[in-house]
Design a protein around this ligand. Sequence first.
Ligand SMILES: [Zn+2]
Length: 69
Amino acid sequence: MERKQFELNDVVQMKKPHPCGTNEMEIIRMGMDIRIKCTGCKHSVLIPRAKFEKNMKKVLRQAADKSEA
Ligand SMILES: [Zn+2]
């Protein structure tokens, strides 16, 4: 299985959308657990890394690319 690459401040797409209808999340803290913030309603949630990797679909925007967006 390929390992997903993601870094702090990346915006990722989740497999399941947030209840507000947005499925874009920004990674705001990395550690054993990962804190992500919904870009729609600004709600943040802390989830275990393993669960995050399972639920993440893909990285939409990498932090390093943000200046070009
Ligand atoms: Zn939301």
